[in-house]
Design a protein around this ligand. Structure first.
Ligand SMILES: [Fe+2]
Length: 487
C-alpha cells in the first residue's frame, strides 16, 4: 500500500485563488465546431496508435447569457481525435438534442436540469418534471453505434464518421419510452454491462448485458429501497456491484417549482452506505452489506478473490452539493468543499462484512484501468488527482498508482494546465498491464487552448506527444477508445 505521508504542497491563499481562477477558465463555453488535421504536434504520434478517441462533456454552460445552474446541465459536445499513420484529426460537434435545438431557437433556457431552474421563479417551474437530456456525460462506440450518454434518459446516436446526431436511440427496442441508460457502462470479456435507475420515487434498478453487436444477453430488474443516486457501477465475472449512498430526497420543493432536483438531495452522514452485490448468473440473488457513511461518483475496478470482492472507489465524506447560487466555479471554497480520495474495499461474500482502506491522500476522480483488467485484480490504477496531497483543489495531474506501493508516478502538465480524464489505450501488440498509452485532453489557462497529451502508460512522465488544438475545449467528463480510425 501507499506511503500516505508524502510532502504537502503548501499554497498561499493567493496561490490557491490563482489556481482556482485558472481552472475555472476551463468552464468557458466553446461555441464553435471544428474539423481539421492537427498539425501543431510536439513529439511523435506512435504508428501503432490507430483508432479514435471520443470524448464527451458540456460544451456550453448558458443560453444567450442565462447560465445553467450546474455544470452537469451543460450541452453535450463530442470531441473526436482520430489517429492514422502517425497523423491526427480533430472534430467537435454538439449533440443536437431536442433541448439544445429548442433553447438555441428560443434564445433562453426552456428546461429544468439536474441543478438548473428555468428563469422566472417557481411559477415558471411548477409541476414541470421534464428534464433536458443533456447527452453530455460519456460516449461509447458499441455494436457499430456511437452513443452520447446521459444517465437520466436514453442515449443519442451519432454518426461516428460525421458526428451528425441521428437521434434518441432505444438500443434495438431494449429501452421502452421511460427507461434511462446510465452513462457508466462496463465492458468485460467483450460484453457490455450497463444499468439504469428508473424514476425518482419507487425506483427500479434495471441491469442489461449486451453482446458486441448490441444484442441483449440479459436483463434484470430490482426494486430499490430508499432513494438511489447511482452514477457508476462495478463488474466482476460473477457479480454486479453498486453503492447506494445515504441520500434522502424531499421532492416537493422540486415538484412545486421552488428548487432543482439536486437542491432536494439530502445526505445523511450518520447512515451507512450500502454495498449492493448482485449475482450475474443466479436469478434474484442480491446481498446488501452496510458500510461506513460516504459518497462517491466514480469507482475503479473490482475483482473476486478468496470469498471476497475487492474494489476501489473515490470516496468523500459527504455529497458535494452545488446550488444555482454558488455555481460560479471560480468561487469554489475548496478548503470546505468535499474531496474524494481513493479507497480500496474488501467485501465478504460469506458474511455481511465490508472494510475499506485509503490508498492515497490526493483528491481524485475519473479512475481507470487497462480494459483487459476490468474484473481482474489490477496492480495499476490511473486517474486525475489534485496537485497536493492534503485534499481539496482542482483536478490537475494524472497519477499512475501502483497498488504494490513500488512505482507510483504523477504527471503534472504545468502549474497553469489541467488534465482531463485519462483514457487507457492498449498497445495493439503487447499484453502487459501498463503496455499502452494514457490519452488526456488538457486545458491550459496560460494559452486558453487545449491539447491532447499522449503519455506512455509505463512511464507517465514520458510525454510521447502533445497535439495542440487551435482553440480550447472546456473541462469534460468521460471518453472512450476504439481501434477503428474515423477520419
Ligand atoms: Fe461519471
Amino acid at each position: 500500500m501507499q506511503d500516505l505521508e508524502q510532502p504537502v504542497m503548501n499554497l498561499t491563499t493567493s496561490d490557491k485563488q490563482t489556481l482556482i481562477k485558472n481552472w475555472a477558465e476551463g468552464y468557458k463555453s466553446q461555441l464553435n465546431e471544428y474539423n481539421y488535421e492537427i498539425e501543431n504536434i510536439e513529439g511523435e504520434i506512435p504508428h501503432e496508435l490507430e483508432g479514435t478517441i471520443f470524448r464527451n462533456g458540456p460544451g456550453k454552460f448558458e443560453v444567450n447569457g442565462q447560465k445553467f445552474g450546474h455544470i452537469f446541465d451543460g450541452d453535450g459536445m463530442i470531441c473526436r481525435i482520430a489517429f492514422s499513420q502517425g497523423k491526427a484529426y480533430f472534430q467537435n460537434s454538439y449533440v443536437r438534442t431536442e433541448g439544445y435545438l429548442a433553447e438555441k431557437k428560443a434564445g433562453k433556457i426552456l428546461y429544468r436540469g439536474f441543478g438548473t431552474q428555468k428563469p422566472g421563479g417557481f411559477l415558471a417551474n411548477i409541476f414541470d418534471i421534464k428534464f433536458k437530456n443533456a447527452a453530455n456525460t460519456n460516449v461509447l462506440h458499441w455494436g457499430d453505434k456511437l452513443l452520447a450518454m446521459w444517465e437520466g434518459g436514453k442515449p443519442h446516436q451519432l454518426n461516428p464518421q460525421t458526428l451528425e446526431t441521428i437521434g434518441l436511440d432505444d438500443l434495438n427496442g431494449l429501452l421502452d419510452p421511460n427507461k434511462s441508460f446510465s452513462a457508466h457502462p462496463k465492458i468485460i470479456d467483450d460484453v457490455l454491462v450497463n444499468f439504469g435507475v428508473q424514476g425518482i420515487t419507487n425506483q427500479q434498478l434495471v441491469i442489461w448485458e449486451l453482446d458486441k453487436n448490441g444484442n441483449k444477453l440479459k436483463e434484470k430488474s430490482f426494486p430499490m429501497e430508499g432513494f438511489a443516486f447511482l452514477h457508476d457501477m462495478l463488474i466482476t465475472p460473477n457479480y454486479y456491484i453498486f453503492i447506494q449512498h445515504p441520500f434522502k430526497i424531499g421532492a416537493l420543493p422540486f415538484l412545486f417549482g421552488f428548487q432543482s432536483i439536486e437542491q432536494c438531495f439530502g445526505f445523511d452522514k450518520n447512515k451507512p452506505a450500502k454495498i449492493i452485490v448482485i449475482s450475474r448468473h443466479e436469478d434474484n440473488q442480491m446481498n446488501i452489506i452496510e458500510g461506513d457513511s460516504f459518497f462517491g461518483f466514480h469507482h475503479g475496478n473490482a475483482w473476486e478473490k478468496d470469498d471476497h470482492i475487492y474494489f476501489q472507489s473515490c470516496c468523500s465524506d459527504v455529497y458535494p452539493q452545488m446550488t444555482q447560487e454558488n455555481s460560479d466555479m471560480s468561487k469554489i471554497a475548496y478548503d470546505k468543499f468535499p474531496t474524494s480520495n481513493l479507497y480500496q474495499f474488501k467485501v465478504s461474500l460469506t458474511s455481511p462484512k465490508v472494510t475499506r482502506e485509503k490508498l492515497d491522500n490526493r483528491g481524485c476522480e475519473f479512475p481507470c484501468v487497462h480494459p483487459n483488467w476490468v474484473g481482474k485484480e489490477n496492480r495499476y490504477i490511473y486517474m486525475n488527482v489534485t496537485d497536493n496531497n492534503n485534499g481539496g483543489g482542482p483536478l490537475q495531474n494524472i497519477i499512475k498508482l501502483d497498488l504494490t506501493g513500488e512505482a507510483t508516478q504523477v504527471w503534472n502538465p504545468s502549474p497553469t494546465a489541467f488534465a482531463g480524464e485519462p483514457i487507457f489505450v492498449p498497445h495493439p501488440e503487447k499484453n502487459g498491464e501498463d503496455d499502452g498509452w494514457l490519452v488526456s485532453l488538457v486545458y491550459d489557462s496560460s494559452t486558453n487552448k487545449s491539447y491532447l497529451a499522449i503519455l506512455s502508460a509505463q512511464d507517465i512522465n514520458q510525454v510521447v506527444a502533445k497535439l495542440h488544438l487551435s482553440h480550447h475545449i472546456p473541462h469534460g467528463f468521460h471518453g472512450t477508445w476504439t481501434s477503428k480510425a474515423f477520419i
